[in-house]
Design a binder for this molecule. Structure first.
Ligand code: G6P
Length: 609
């Protein structure tokens, strides 16, 4: 969590830093701050809230300077306030730094430093770093002081540090929190991810854990914990600036919902071989033989990506015959997972940086299991640390609430089902059928968008409701959970996602005329059972919004409102049924004037445990 950006070069730093912070804001927006080397001094400005508050505070004031660091915060230690906003500094106000991550042993370090006279001005864990560097600097040069500090701390960090006495340098270091160094014509821009970098260059260097770079306007040198020089390769990024901008939509979230047909298309491009009823997944080529022998898959993920994993369980078990367990990454890593040579652990993650998912993958590796990833962000830590994997190619997802990454994940999971299934018992005929239906999904999604205004009206009709129950069975049970998560995240409305069959074991007690339900009632193998559940709600005076299959006129008599989706294979229904739920949550929240792209208390990339 948190976003950091730093610039060193020939241009004015402040505008680059502010622009960079705005692009990283989805990582947290509790406060923002900047420090710029200006006329031999370091000038720092901080403000509570979003980056725009920082801009208002600076209010056009010229802070000339060609080196600077900046931070947008998602609070962990210490409440959102100016004093807790980064950059933080030492007692002598020489060393300024920004930090993404958590220093776990900060309490002990702080107590030790206080004993020897250091005065702290914030409640953060980060500040100990500045004081420790200050302390070591009494004996050794700054670079070594940073190394000694890092050797002393436990936890995670992406760090950028400037020292008033070294006006031509920025030190950046990484352990567990991402850090990318962009190489531009006349300098360097360093950030937590490529979003602030992409408008200046497509040439980047990914720092690894345990590496530090000393960056000057004319060059950089990367060293490792042993103080040994590391040669780094320059990678090329393929996201354009335009892809990261709003394209005229009111919110990134709406733009990303509308981009889903393209995202699904991109996930399948060159991978779906309809004629052969097969999927070709280049990233799995090297492990294809081991996958043939696989007996069990454990999926680890968080949030929306977790629900993609739950859908995959139904797909893999039904069509590939592979036992699949889906686990919250945050639980998996603290359990005693039973893994063997015939088990692979699959991480599903948009960002590729989620701390719990990363830790789960590392734990699986320790235990000797094969690790796989379905990751959107190219070059992210999980993409690099897994043994093999598949990229989503969904383009940047900026809205904090995940939409297009989810349907992209479902598409890849469907491809993976084909891949694993055809290695096993799945017939050519079945493979071809799935492939043909999957190829049609982008066009079917577009049909749902034609009903956007109807969905908007329904959202308005229910705008007074403060609770919702989302219900679905089988493939649509995870979609009920995802629908509920969407409205919770962006509209701050209480919603529960439940398997429909379980409703009678508890949630039905909540039902009355003020507690509406959203029922996914598509024509599939559990349709009749779903209808019985809807009857049970209606019998208790509850209102029902149904997501139903196009042409199902009879359901209109039973429920209060219907949103139709086109017919597809049952296994692929989630790719369509989730779309109206995303739109419903979006219009519900946007109708109340809420900041749907940056919902309160959330962050897009959760790089803390
Ligand atoms: C955060 C985001 C969610 C996302 C989850 C997992 O909570 O707000 O939208 O689903 O992290 O993120 P990942 O990048 O691992 O998919």
């Amino acid at each position: 969590m948190c976003g950091i950006v730093a610039y060193i070069g020939k241009k004015e730093a402040l505008p680059i830093l502010i622009d960079g912070l705005k692009r990283l804001e989805y990582r947290g927006y509790d406060s923002a701050g900047v420090s710029v080397f200006s006329g031999g001094k370091i000038i720092t400005e901080k403000a509570v809230g979003k980056v725009v508050e920082l801009e208002n505070k600076i209010n056009g004031r010229d802070i000339p300077g060609k080196i600077g660091i900046a931070h947008t915060r998602w609070a962990t230690h210490g409440k959102p306030s100016e004093k807790n906003a980064h950059p933080h500094c030492d007692c002598g106000k020489n060393i300024f730094l920004v930090h993404n991550g958590i220093i776990e042993n900060y309490k002990e370090l702080k107590a030790d430093l206080e004993k020897i006279g250091h005065k702290f001005s914030s409640d953060t864990d980060t500040e100990v770093l500045a004081h420790l560097i200050e302390e070591y600097k009494k004996q050794v040069p700054i670079k070594e002081a940073v190394w000694r500090t890092l050797a002393h701390v436990e936890g995670t960090y992406g760090l950028a540090i400037i020292d008033r006495n070294e006006p031509e340098k920025i030190f950046v270091a990484r352990n567990g929190s991402p850090l990318v160094l962009g190489v531009i014509d006349d300098g360097y821009i360093i950030a937590s991810d490529i979003a602030p970098i992409v408008r200046y260059t497509n040439q980047v260097i990914y720092l690894e854990d345990g590496e530090m770079a000393e960056v000057t306007p004319c060059g950089f040198q990367v060293t490792n914990l042993k103080r040994k020089k590391v040669e780094k390769e320059i990678s090329k990024i393929d996201w354009t600036l335009e892809e990261a901008e709003k394209k005229g939509y009111d919110h990134f979230m709406l733009k990303e919902i509308m981009e889903q047909p393209e995202a699904v298309e991109n996930a399948m491009r060159g991978r779906l071989v309809v004629k052969e009823g097969m999927a070709k997944l280049g990233g799995l080529r090297d492990v294809a033989d081991s996958l043939r022998d696989l007996e069990r898959l454990v999926i680890v993920s968080c949030g929306t990506s977790f629900y993609a994993g739950l859908v995959a369980k139904y797909m893999f078990e039904e069509y590939a015959g592979i036992r699949t367990d889906v686990e919250f990454a945050s639980e998996f890593r603290y359990r005693k997972p039973i893994l063997n040579q015939k088990t692979a652990v699959l991480a599903i993650t948009q960002s590729g940086e989620t701390a719990d998912t990363l830790a789960a993958i590392r734990e699986a590796k320790n235990k000797g299991a094969m690790t796989l990833g379905i990751v959107n962000v190219v070059g992210s830590t999980i993409a690099r640390e897994t043994d093999a994997g598949v990229y989503n190619h969904a383009g940047p997802e900026i809205g904090v609430a995940s939409t297009k990454a989810f349907t992209s994940q479902l598409s890849i999971l469907a491809l993976f089902t084909l891949f694993l299934g055809r290695q096993r018992d799945m017939s050519f005929v079945m493979g071809k059928r799935i492939a043909e239906e999957l190829a049609k999904v982008p066009e079917l999604m577009k049909k749902i968008f034609k009903d956007s205004q109807k969905i908007k009206k329904i959202a308005k009709k229910y705008s007074g409701s403060s609770d919702f129950l989302y219900l679905g069975r089988k493939y649509n049970y995870p979609i009920a959970m995802e629908g509920a998560l969407k409205i919770k995240e962006i509209a701050y409305v209480h919603a529960e996602g439940y398997p429909f069959g379980e409703m009678k074991h508890g949630p039905i007690a909540l039902i009355d005329e003020n507690f509406p339900s959203v029922a996914i009632a598509t024509r599939d193998s559990v349709y009749e059972k779903t209808l019985s559940g809807i009857q049970e709600i209606k019998a208790r005076g509850g209102k029902v919004i149904a997501v139903a299959t196009a042409g199902d006129k009879s359901i209109e008599k039973l429920v209060d409102d219907v949103i139709y989706i086109p017919k597809t294979l049952e296994m692929l229904t989630p790719l369509l049924s989730v779309v109206p739920l995303q739109l419903f949550a979006y219009y519900f929240a946007a109708g109340k004037g809420l900041d749907v792209d940056k919902p309160r208390n959330l962050a897009k990339s959760v790089t803390v445990e």
